[in-house]
Design a protein around this ligand. Structure first.
Ligand SMILES: [Ca+2]
Ligand SMILES: [Ca+2]
Ligand SMILES: [Ca+2]
Length: 133
């Protein structure tokens, strides 16, 4: 029984790791149209946000933010009202700007090609991090 318990814990830990892993472009593209809209970014951003909001106060403080591995933005830049926390609204405002910047066709969608044009593009990381965080 003891061994079974240990295996159970290992499986739990491993599935946790997989679940927490960054979503790729294909996984974020929920409606499979080959492009990402703001809503698709938003869903994934909210997941990462909640996962890192360890004290559940609806905002990320500096230490919570620093746990987001792929984050490209500076905490200070995202904290628009300078209260030492970044909430979803601040993230969304910054994300909208990043999104618009990359949306060259102005159709409110980003393709993989659009994302590759970003100076923040990293083929290893989820596209989330060029837009959010
Ligand atoms: Ca899509
Ligand atoms: Ca928090
Ligand atoms: Ca703030």
């Amino acid at each position: 029984m003891k061994r079974l318990g240990i295996i159970f814990v290992i499986v739990l830990v491993l599935s946790g790791v997989v679940w927490a892993a960054d979503k790729s472009f294909q996984e974020m593209d929920k409606n499979k149209d080959g492009r990402l809209n703001m809503e698709e970014f938003d869903q994934e951003a909210l997941r990462v946000f909640n996962e890192n909001d360890k004290n559940h106060d609806g905002a990320l403080n500096k230490s919570e933010f620093s746990q987001i591995k792929g984050a490209k933005s500076k905490f200070e830049d995202l904290d628009a009202n300078k209260d030492g926390k970044v909430d979803m609204e601040e993230l969304r405002n910054a994300a909208m700007n990043n999104f618009k910047e990359l949306d060259r066709k102005r159709d409110n969608y980003l393709t993989e090609e659009d994302l590759k044009c970003s100076p923040r593009y990293n083929p290893e990381a989820s596209p989330l991090y060029g837009i959010y965080f």
